[in-house]
Write a protein that binds this ligand. Structure first.
Ligand SMILES: Cc1ncc(C[n+]2csc(CCOP(=O)(O)OP(=O)(O)O)c2C)c(N)n1
Ligand SMILES: [Mg+2]
Length: 598
């Protein structure tokens, strides 16, 4: 640490960021955070990136961590600046991404608390961001002195990065920003706590998990592993993948887990869920023992009717978060074990001791061939189709590319058609706000300036964070933005087709888009319109900034999709024939309970 003898609270923040975090802080300034911004600017080792909306700052730092593993920091002013962060904070919260959010707060002497009154607001823009952010953060705290700030910074970083990771928020009143630290404060601030003890209580031992997994695998005729994002975040997805390959166990990933795996391997059978692969879902419904590692098995995976999910299987779920496991407490077919998956290498059974299930794998390989033709015929008949566009674009990207997907149909199209390869793909899977991919791509590009960065987005999503085009232009970031443009809120329209007799309230009616060519022109970004297959075939991806506007038929559907009142293995479009039946079990035609899935 460069240690000037005198440092203010604001300077301490800057010095801490320099030492332990990604050194560029994403922010929109304001009076209540101006001292911190000034300190970041004066510190030689730190800098700031000005975005146009605080939600973009929070989404950008979410992207920073995903591509570097370095904790990103935002800074926002009190009141609207702080509340604007929330949608982005929620992305990190639901997807377990560490981040530090710093908000300025009014001077303590002006605050309602000091005045001892329960008014809505005393100081200008005074807002209780700590209470508001609490349910979306691992820790949200207002510090009342520089000494407390010095204790809080390392503790907050440790909390963000340990156990089930996530964002934290530190609210710093203006007087604390200006107060001077003592030498003891500096020592406290720069002494990192090694570990955080939160994950340990209630965790099962590696031996017990090993026994449980070995039992599941060896009693199964058709074992199946599901590898989730939690495994990827623990850094052990490839270890488990190697185990599955060596022991001949088929496995799937959730969309959150997908980026962490080599998807070209023999025993990988795609993803599962409402928008998952037909073969993945068929495997789920055919398995008699399922092992889920670091996966929440949420409704997008099990459908709105979880009782129809692998109803004949016994399911072992392993997660670091005991509360997640509590969801299955009332389901007798689920066994749950709390375990830190960073240590999973010690808990895997011996691959050579696992009985090989070659027939099961062969049946899945055969089913995959049969099912592929269902999708191919649906995609081909559409002519200009997202399922044609996305693979073409993927094939033109560099192998080191970072690809960020947004929300809605465009997200599904990208994830459903993303082939194996070294490019890194991610999205805000749990919160999934429209407009995430643009600022997340900005964060990724600033953190990894030498890599190619592309974001996919819908015409609707782009309008949610369109102001960030100026950030791209200002910093001349070579990002390419690919709009999968169906002139509407496609995913919701598909839902309305299924459940509202095609009444397009607030998705078609009430919705419109601007002329994106003029938008690109106004920002000074190169614009390319693609509306025919020939244009698509000739598309070159040059260094950006670029806006590639791919015009799709307005009724382009997401296929496959599991709809209400159907089993996972019976996805839309249904075709003329009955769905391929799961292997080994007799399913009734429909599940016994109804469930809705968007
Ligand atoms: C901030 C936010 N508001 C509303 C929604 C609900 N929503 C999910 S997808 C969607 C439509 C997205 O339209 P577009 O970006 O054009 O994507 P498409 O489905 O057409 O590909 C809406 C309104 C959301 N996810 N996020
Ligand atoms: Mg759209």
């Amino acid at each position: 640490m460069a240690s000037p003898t005198e440092m203010t609270g604001a300077e301490l923040v800057a010095a801490f960021v320099d030492e332990f975090c990604f050194p560029k802080v994403f922010l929109v300034t304001g009076g209540a955070c101006a001292f911190i911004v000034d300190a970041l600017g004066r510190n030689d080792a730190t800098d700031y990136v000005c975005v146009q909306h605080e939600q973009a700052a929070a989404m950008a730092v979410d992207g920073v961590w995903r591509v570097t593993g370095k904790v990103g920091v935002t800074c926002a002013t009190s009141g609207p600046g702080a509340t604007n962060l929330l949608t982005g904070i929620a992305c990190s919260w639901f997807d377990s991404i560490p981040a530090i959010h710093i908000t300025g707060q009014v001077n303590q002497r002006e605050s309602a608390q000091t005045l001892g009154v329960s008014v809505r607001q005393a100081g200008f823009q005074e807002t209780d961001i700590v209470s508001i952010a609490a349910p979306l953060t691992k820790w949200a705290i207002q510090v009342t002195s520089v000494a407390e700030l010095a204790e809080t910074l390392p503790h907050a970083l440790s909390i963000a990065q340990s156990g089930r990771m996530g964002p934290v928020l530190i609210d710093i009143p203006m007087d604390v920003q200006q107060d001077v630290c003592t030498p003891e404060d500096l020592e406290t601030a720069f002494t990192l706590q090694e570990t955080c003890d939160e994950a340990e209580p209630g965790c099962t031992s590696a031996e017990d998990l090993q026994d449980a997994m070995a039992g599941f695998v060896n009693e199964a005729e058709r074992p199946l592993f599901i590898l989730g994002a939690g495994l990827g975040l623990s850094g052990t997805a490839r270890v488990v993948q190697e185990f599955c390959e060596a022991s001949g166990i088929p496995y799937l990933s959730s969309w959150g887990g997908m980026p962490f795996l080599d998807r070209s391997r023999e025993h990988y059978f795609g993803s599962l869920g409402v928008y998952g692969d037909r073969i993945g879902n068929l495997a789920v419904q055919s398995a008699d023992r399922l092992v889920g590692l670091g996966t929440r098995l949420d409704n997008r995976q099990r459908t709105g009717n979880p009782s129809g999910f692998a109803p004949f299987a016994r399911i072992l779920v392993v997660d670091i978060d005991g509360e997640e496991l509590g969801k299955f407490a009332h389901c007798p077919e689920y066994t749950t074990m709390r375990f830190d998956l960073a240590e999973v290498a010690q808990a895997l059974p011996s691959a050579s001791g696992c009985q090989k299930r070659t027939e099961w794998v062969a049946e899945l390989v055969n089913a995959r061939v049969q099912l592929a033709s269902v999708e191919e015929s649906a995609a081909d008949s559409a002519g200009m189709s997202p399922y044609r566009a996305v693979p073409i674009i993927q094939s033109r990207l560099r192998s080191d590319a970072i690809v960020v997907a947004d929300c809605g149909a465009n997200l599904c199209w990208v994830y459903q058609s993303w082939g194996p390869g070294d490019q890194q793909i991610f999205t805000a899977g749990g919160n999934s706000p429209m407009g995430y991919s643009l600022p997340a791509a900005i964060g990724a590009q600033i953190a990894q300036p030498d890599r190619q960065v592309v974001c996919f987005i819908g015409d609707g999503g782009l309008q949610m964070n369109i102001q960030e085009l100026q950030t791209i232009v200002h910093y001349q970031l070579p990002i390419n933005i690919v709009i999968l443009n169906n002139n509407g809120y496609g995913i919701i329209k598909q839902f309305q087709d299924a459940y509202f007799e095609g009444r397009y309230h607030a998705t078609g009616r009430g919705y419109s888009q601007p002329d994106f060519k003029k938008i690109a022109g106004a920002y000074g970004i190169e614009y390319t319109k693609i509306s025919t297959i020939t244009e698509l075939d000739n598309l070159e991806i040059k260094d950006g900034p670029g806006l590639i506007d791919i015009w799709l038929p307005e009724d382009s559907s997401i296929i496959p999709k599991a709809e209400m009142d159907r089993f996972l293995h019976d996805q839309f479009p249904y075709g003329d024939s009955a769905p391929l039946q799961p292997i080994g079990f007799e399913y009734p035609e429909r599940p016994s309970q109804l469930g809705t899935s968007v």
